[in-house]
Structure formats: structure tokens, C-alpha cells
Design a protein around this ligand. Sequence first.
Ligand code: SAM
Length: 215
Amino acid sequence: MGTWPGNRSKPDRSVSLEQYRLRARIYDTELAAFEPIRTAAVDKLDLQPGQWVLDVGCGTGLSFGLLEDGVGPRGRITGIDQCPEMLAQARERVKEHHWRNVELVEKPAASAVVKGRADAVLFHFTHDILRDAGGIGRIVAHLKPGARVAAAGLQWAPPWMLPTNAFVLLAAMHSVTSFEGLSSPWDLLAVHLDGLHVDTTMLGGVYVASGRVKH
Ligand SMILES: C[S@@+](CC[C@H](N)C(=O)[O-])C[C@H]1O[C@@H](n2cnc3c(N)ncnc32)[C@H](O)[C@@H]1O
């Protein structure tokens, strides 16, 4: 089947682990162009001091600084990622910044166990995670009713936006293991949310979806 995501109808864990094992050291540089999206997504969480936020598919921890700004030193951040090499970078970042309120969980999102229910969750460029309905259900079970949810990432633009879709294709080839659901990547998450709101940016090639966990 090779590594071509177009050949797969659902994400493949071992392919993803290999993708990110190879990218871990250069990942932060590659993501630089998307930083305004990260800020927009974290803004949607409207984090308050003392809150607990999950960063699902946290990668190298690029969102931690913004999440720290929101929850403050009395708050808590739990970063979940299945890729040891990405999490090693995240661990370095936590050490460098002397953040004492960040916990890292090296597990597939669907089987990560955390105690209690969090106030908010971020899915930033985590298409593979968002295409597993069962896994999303298990993550939502770790959230309080009314918890804020934000998800951002690549999406197909309308078919006539050829340059945008060429860009999405190039970026997705290296970051997702299946193109399934790339037209509306948030739809499996949306069934758990009230007040779903979806913004599109980067000429339709990137979305930021947000809402609150249903009561
Ligand atoms: C494109 S990176 C995004 C990292 C980070 N959220 C960011 O915005 O910089 C996708 C991350 O999701 C992780 N990932 C993919 N599938 C996963 C799964 N099923 N469970 C946990 N992590 C997963 C990868 O290891 C990778 O670190």
C-alpha cells in the first residue's frame, strides 16, 4: 500500500509514527507559516487561569506557550501524542521553560487515560485523530459538559480552487495518513458539540472549528 494517503480509507498508526519520527527535529520550522492559525484556535478556547486543557496530538508542544498564557501557573496542560520523537521535543520545551504544570502522555489519543474531566481541548493539525469516531468519543468522555473545543487543520477547498488544493495536497501528504474526511475534517467531532462554528482561512485550505461539549 506504500505511504500514499490517498490509498487508505482510514488513518494508519504505524505510518503516522514513521512520518513524525522522521519530521520531529525539523517540525517546528515547517509549521512556522501556520502559527497565526494556532493563535486563532487557542483563542477559541477562551482559557481562564486555573483551568485544565488537553492538547491532543500535541506533537513538539508548539501550542504549550499559548495554553500556558491562558491557564497560568495554577492551571494544567495535558499533552497527548503517540510519537516518542515528537514528545521528546515537547519534553525539552517544557524543561526549557520550567513549566511545572504540563503532563505528557505517550499514547494513541483513543487509548490515553487521564483522571478527571478537563475544561477545554485543542486539536491542532491532527487530522488522523479527528477521523476516528470512537477515539473522539473517548476523548470527549474526559471533558466537562460545556467544555470548550477547538480544532484546526488542513481541508480541501472547493474544487475550482486548484492552487489552494495543490498546497493542501502537498502539506497533507506529509502530515496525514489518509485523505478521508479532508472536505469536512471536523464532522465526527461536531456530533459532540453545541454551537459549532467553522471559520476558513488561507484561501479555503485551512479551517478553525470550535464549539462546546454537549450537556
Ligand atoms: C501535524 S502534528 C501536530 C502537532 C501539534 N498539534 C501542532 O499543532 O504543532 C500531528 C501530531 O499528531 C500525532 N498523532 C497522529 N495520530 C495520533 C494518534 N492517533 N494519537 C496520538 N497522536 C497522534 C502525531 O504523532 C503528531 O505529533
